[in-house]
Structures are given as structure tokens and as C-alpha cells.
Design a protein around this ligand. Sequence first.
Ligand SMILES: Cc1cc2nc3c(=O)[nH]c(=O)nc-3n(C[C@H](O)[C@H](O)[C@H](O)COP(=O)(O)O)c2cc1C
Length: 217
Amino acid sequence: MRYFNSNAVEELPSRYRANLINTITGYKSANLVGTVNRSGRANVAIFNSVVHLGSNPALLGFVLRPLTVRRDTYRNISENRSFTVNAVTQEIYEAAHQTAAKFEENESEFERTGLQPLFREGHMAPFVSESPIQLGCTYMNEYPIMENGCIFIVGRIDHIHVNESLLTEDLWAKLDEEQIVSIVGLDGYAAPKIKDRLAYARPDESAKSILHGAQKV
Ligand SMILES: Cc1cc2nc3c(=O)[nH]c(=O)nc-3n(C[C@H](O)[C@H](O)[C@H](O)COP(=O)(O)O)c2cc1C
């Protein structure tokens, strides 16, 4: 195996270091975070750091890069506490990737990439119309990552819109049915395929597939 110690990692050219560190922890979720500014301009940007933080209450979080440059997503969430999280599919991954480009403040990534904003009654921030999983969230808190200046945003999931075709009887989302992609590093897009689903692990039972049988409540 090739070996890098922390000194060797530090000495790598920055692009290589970023590639190595961003890819070795595995596949990440691919989501578009939608927000809106004070004058109603819709904003959308791709994030690979969205994680769920527990289901009761239903919370999620994501990492925002340091505020050393203009960050529209952060400013908009600070202004009105509203955001959406929308899964990226194979159909829209190129447009989704383009949202990371540095557009002017008065430009909407929706207009520039062709993604469609969807405003829904009862939620301020726009959803991404093309996405099969659209979550309406409210900002709850933020935590500074002292070590590098990033910010961890915590949001409450208030609204869940999911394509019916994705859901099993026990509400497990079959992400591959709608070709939802995942991200490798900051530029790789993968199309994962569900291989199996296993019953709750118990010490004296061997792994049992439940792929074709929903878990009863
Ligand atoms: C694949 C990919 C994943 C990204 N993930 C994040 C992320 O998790 N956090 C972040 O702050 N920026 C992330 N970015 C960068 C943002 O998408 C980019 O800075 C965007 O312009 C932010 O838009 P905003 O200024 O409207 O907030 C990612 C970019 C790409 C291409």
C-alpha cells in the first residue's frame, strides 16, 4: 500500500492534497441547498457535506466553508433562517455542479444553470423542481469548527417532498430508483446501486436480507 504520514500530506501540492483528503473518506451525498435573499433572489449551490443528525426531532447539518469570501447561502440563511435541501440525480448533476461557479451577487444560479426554482406555500426558500427529494428546513443553530474556520449549520426538517416511486412500504427511500448520485471529492459523480438491506444486527443472529420484505412497525 502507498503510505503518507501527516508531514507528507502537508507537503503535497494543494490540489493533490485536497483530492486525496476529500476522496479517502468515501462517497458523499449530493445535494443542492436552495435559499432566497431579502429582495427575493433565489440562490442554489451544491453541497457534499449534508448529513442527517437524528430523526427525532428530524435534523440535518452541513458544513459551510470559511467566510473569507462572499457566501450567499450563509448570508441568506442568516437573513431569513430558511433553506431547502434537494437530492441531485443523474439528470441534473452537470447543472448542479455548475452552481459552484462564482457568479455575480445579482445573478441567480437557477437562471444560469437552467435548474427550476419551486416556491411552495409555507416555506420561504425555493426547492429545486427537478429533484425527487426536496426538504424544507429551518436554521436552528451553527457551530464554528475552530480548527479551520468552517461553520457547521444545523437545520430542522419541516417539510419532506419525496417522489412516491422512491418509497418502500416502510418509508425507506430507494435512492437508486431515481438515479440519485453521490459525490467523490469535489468533482466525481457516482451512480450507486442498492445491493442489499439487512435486518437490525443482533449478536446471536447472522445478517439477514430484508431487501424484499419491509420491516413491520
Ligand atoms: C461537489 C461540490 C461539493 C461542494 N460542497 C460544499 C460544501 O459542503 N460546503 C461548502 O461550503 N461549499 C461546498 N462546495 C462549494 C460551493 O458549492 C460553492 O462555494 C458555491 O459557490 C457556494 O455558493 P454560494 O456563494 O451561493 O453560497 C462544493 C462544491 C462542489 C463542486
